[in-house]
Ligand binder design. Structure first.
Ligand code: ZN
Length: 162
């Protein structure tokens, strides 16, 4: 297990559509472990594989006080509601923005054992799911911010980084 360095804009890997994981082999297991270590190392709530330079459809999320969620080949199958929230990304350091996210989402994916799972998330978890799955399509939150909705962040008041 290892902490890897985080890619920041304008690294091209952040703009690529990540590839599906065909089989969960040792290299994917290692990738997941490294992603968890890296996310914890920077106190992030979520991390997508392209953020450490790997264009594969893998994401991890760790909500405060809860178990790590590993998502392989995740897809949003349903979303509901809309809310305006603050957001920040480990790959866009020093900034935060305001944008609209769903209140509730349902995602299908595989877990690290390859089992098919369905997951529902509200509020911060819904936000993290949308943010990380966006990363797998080369989309960053700054793309979803309306004009004037992005500013330099004040560390003490910055939203959770994803
Ligand atoms: Zn991000």
């Amino acid at each position: 297990m290892a902490v890897r360095s985080i890619c920041v804009l304008p690294e091209p890997v952040l703009r690529q559509k990540a590839r599906k994981v065909p089989t969960i082999d040792n290299s994917v297991e290692r990738l997941i472990d490294d992603m968890i270590d890296t996310m914890r190392g920077v106190s992030g709530v979520g991390l997508a594989a392209p953020q450490i330079g790997v264009p594969l459809r893998v994401a991890v999320i760790e909500m405060p006080g809860e178990e790590v969620i590993t998502l392989i080949n995740p897809e949003i199958v349903k979303r509901q509601g809309e809310r305006l929230i603050g957001e920040a990304c480990l790959s866009v350091p020093g900034y935060q923005g305001e944008l609209k996210r769903s209140v509730w989402v349902k995602v299908k994916a595989q877990d690290r054992r390859g089992r098919y799972i369905r997951l529902k998330g509200e509020e911060l978890l819904a936000q993290a799911l949308e943010h990380e799955i966006d990363h797998l399509d080369g989309i960053l939150y700054v793309d979803r911010v309306e004009s004037g909705g992005l500013w330099k962040s004040v560390p003490a008041e910055s939203p959770e980084e994803l």
